[in-house]
Write a protein that binds this ligand. Structure first.
Ligand code: RIB
Length: 321
């Protein structure tokens, strides 16, 4: 094991703003994922705290970053549940908006291999407006790094990126749920992109390797394509092969931390939360991604998204041997 990435856990001290979604994840485990039209038996229902942005916030806060969460919860019981879980993780939710109606929800199935399917219902997340973001400007701009994903209205995401980018805040965009139609403005105002390998290929119109050998691809060419697309910095996660980091003219490979996966739900969000925590603490993108590989792997060792995230001490202890 390379001890260096984990030693970075002792130096996390940055300040982050995260704008986006909070969801109650209605989760059932099954032996295998159902086919279309099929009914299969599952285990007991778990209601777990989730939402890509809430997850990113919880992951970063558990590592020791100061995290301000911006978004909306509804008027249902899930609102207090979601805010309470974020507070437990150390996230400041005092600026979260309260609106009438349902909070964000998902229906999630997890199979015996830890793979999942997720259906998302935006609820209150769909009511995060640019007016709300403008009203939060003073607090939003107190952080050095902003985290965004695409479970909120795209106009709000783009306006937030512009506001923070113009103020010199580093903007990280997780293109998830994935779209290959990112608005030009959002690309312009985002500094770092996080995608997985399949999303990268679709976004840049690059053929996937027939033999599944992503590491064998020409990553200098991919980096140039990423630059032409609009991102000088990007991280492409590669599942069991780790991740590739594109930092201007250089590319780096980050190894995957090896674990037995129980549930991969929210691992990408743990990765993003760690990138945010690392960059806000002054680490390079490469170092942040190296650490994120461990934090995301740890998140796969138990059920749920936020419910499976570790503190620095827990993650260090887990990978110690
Ligand atoms: O990335 C995992 C998350 O996606 C879940 O927590 C669910 O809420 C969906 O937003």
């Amino acid at each position: 094991m390379n001890a260096k990435p984990l030693s970075l856990l002792d130096s996390i001290s940055g300040s982050i703003s995260i704008v986006g979604s909070m969801n109650a994840d209605y989760t059932v485990t099954t032996e295998r994922l159902p086919k279309p039209g099929e009914t299969i038996n599952g285990g007991p229902l778990r209601i777990l705290p989730g939402g890509k942005s809430g997850n990113q916030a919880a992951a970063a806060a558990r590592l020791g970053a100061k995290v301000n969460m911006f978004g909306a919860v509804g008027s249902d019981d899930n609102a207090d549940f979601l805010l309470g879980k974020l507070n437990d993780a150390g996230v400041d939710t005092s600026h979260v908006l309260h609106v009438e109606g349902a909070s964000g929800t998902t229906v999630i199935t997890v199979d015996d291999n830890g793979e999942n399917t997720i259906v998302y219902s935006a609820g209150s997340n769909g009511k995060v407006s640019t007016d709300y973001i403008n009203a939060q400007k003073d607090v939003l701009l107190q952080s050095s790094v902003l985290g965004l994903c695409l479970e909120s209205p795209i106009d709000t995401v783009t306006a937030t990126a512009k506001m923070c980018h113009d103020a010199g805040i580093k903007v990280l965009l997780n293109d998830s749920p994935f779209t290959d139609k990112l608005p030009d403005d959002l690309i312009e105002y985002s500094d770092v992109l996080l995608v997985n390998e399949h999303e990268m290929a679709q976004l840049l119109n690059i053929a996937e390797p027939g033999n599944g050998d992503w590491l064998g691809m020409d990553w200098n060419y991919i980096a140039r394509s990423m630059h032409e697309f609009g991102f000088k910095e990007a991280v492409v996660t590669l599942g069991g092969d780790g991740a590739m980091v594109i930092e201007n003219d250089r590319t780096y490979h980050v190894n995957a931390a090896k674990i037995d996966a129980v549930d991969t739900t929210g691992c990408g969000d743990a990765f993003m939360g760690t990138l945010l925590a690392g960059l806000s603490s002054g680490f390079s993108l490469n170092d942040s991604a190296s650490l994120a590989s461990y934090v995301a792997a740890y998140a796969a060792t138990d059920y749920g998204a936020q419910a499976s995230y570790g503190t620095s001490d827990q993650i260090e202890a887990f990978f110690k041997d």
